[in-house]
Design a protein around this ligand. Structure first.
Ligand SMILES: *Cc1c(COP(=O)(O)O)cnc(C)c1O
Length: 411
């Protein structure tokens, strides 16, 4: 298994201070990046540096420090627009995480644009954050919620998807671009083509996908795309909603407050232009500065190298794990990213994770915020290993050896 020569994972690891630690006397094997990724020195330095030398509130001060801070914060919007190939920087709305982005959509698009009687389509492999906001909308606004079933391989049933759209009632499709449980990458271009044929708009949950591959919203031709900063090596507290400008302009605001208005009287307030209409209150200034550094870091490595590294790791992991007796890999999608769920015969996922942790190996165990998917799989939980730019083949080997050891306890 060879990795592209320009990509040196050991050099990359030196960019992440946290990785040099030992846990329980062993080198730390961190295989939980899909829950939140570790941060490179560049992100840490950008945030600390801003606090030490360049910090004030943004968008309001007429003084030097506020102007510099506004420039540094707004540079993040430019970086996100370039990263996603948005037509215009004003199409980038900052939220607090993708959960915030989807709640914004359920309020502003769901209550403001969709009409009672229309439907929203999600899929059978969504994270709770792309289920619950739509349920709240369904219950308060008479919007129907439809769910695309998944196949036994853990892929979307695309025929069933088209059937759900045929009556023309669907106003919005909101589907994950990559499953945080199965690793499945969904056929985004095809989803958009089919949805648009029946007049539905499309939003993707890109929380996992944007970490693993280049996302080009113009090439995808989707209408909205949301993701969260902390999984792309950035800080917590900042998320992104990209939307087509003409759609964002039609949508009413979600939260009201400072920064999102043009004028306020007791009788009536008017809204600022997009994206500020959706950004009430003091934003996550330091987090925006940190996210800009994270995007620069990812762009510096390049998505080609990043994707090749993760594809090689995933292939290696699937090969190694499939030799372990009694271990089942959950989800066999053709197109998949570096997230692998598994179950061990006779052992609860929490016990597997605890016994791996004793060996210094961090994986996640539980329902992964996807309880309906677990029900579909007839499982109450899985253990999950997920990879980042800093993950090595040796760590995958350590996982396999660790799982062999766990198995010997339960035999
Ligand atoms: C992590 C995750 C989310 C939620 O992200 P937050 O940062 O908690 O808002 C949503 N969808 C997917 C696919 C995820 O992996």
């Amino acid at each position: 298994m060879s990795i592209t020569t320009s990509f040196d994972v050991n050099r990359i690891r030196q960019d992440f201070p946290i990785l040099s630690q030992t846990i329980r006397g062993r080198p730390m094997v961190f295989l939980d990046s899909a829950a939140s990724a570790q941060k490179p020195r560049a992100v840490i330095d950008a945030m600390v540096g801003a606090m030490e030398t360049q910090y004030a509130n943004v968008h309001r001060g007429l003084h030097w420090m506020s102007e510099r801070t506004t420039e540094a914060y707004e540079a993040c919007r430019d970086a996100v627009a370039t990263l996603m190939n948005a037509r215009d920087r004003s199409e980038i709305v900052f939220t607090n995480n993708i959960t915030g982005s989807i709640n914004l959509m359920a309020h502003s698009y769901g209550r403001g644009i969709l009409k009672p009687g229309q439907a929203v389509v999600i899929s059978g492999m969504e994270h709770h954050s792309n289920i619950v906001p739509w349920q709240l909308l369904r219950d308060s606004h008479a919007i129907e919620l439809r769910v695309v079933p998944i196949t036994n391989y853990g892929e979307l049933d695309m025929e069933a998807f088209e059937d759900l759209l045929r009556d023309g009632k669907v106003g919005l499709v909101s589907i994950t671009h990559m499953s945080n449980v199965l690793g499945t990458v969904t056929p985004a271009e095809r989803i958009v083509r089919v949805a648009h044929k029946y007049g539905a708009k499309v939003m993707f949950d890109g929380a996992q996908a944007i970490v693993h591959r280049k996302v080009d919203v113009q090439a995808l031709d989707c209408d909205f795309y949301a993701w969260t900063g902390h999984k792309l090596y950035g800080p917590t507290g900042i998320g992104v909603l990209w939307g087509r400008k003409e759609l964002l302009e039609q949508m009413p605001p979600f939260m009201g407050g400072g920064d999102m208005i043009s004028s306020v009287t007791y009788e009536k307030s008017t809204w600022a232009q997009v994206p500020h209409k959706f950004e009430a209150g003091t934003p996550a200034i330091l987090e925006g500065i940190g996210l800009k550094a994270a995007i620069d870091y990812v762009q510096g490595i390049g998505y080609d190298a990043l994707a090749a590294h993760e594809a090689a790791l995933t292939e290696h992991a699937l090969a190694r794990l499939s030799t372990i007796k009694g271990l089942t890999i959950i989800g066999q999608a053709q197109d998949r990213g570096g997230v692998i769920s598994f179950a061990m015969d006779g052992a609860h996922a929490h016990d597997v994770a605890t016994l791996l942790d004793r060996q210094g190996i961090a994986v996640r165990a539980g329902h992964h915020c996807a309880e309906p998917l677990m029900q579909r799989l007839n499982l109450d939980s899985t253990a999950r290993a997920s990879f980042g730019v800093y993950t090595t083949h040796e760590e995958v080997d350590a996982l396999a050896t660790g799982l062999e050891r766990v198995r010997s306890f339960f035999k």
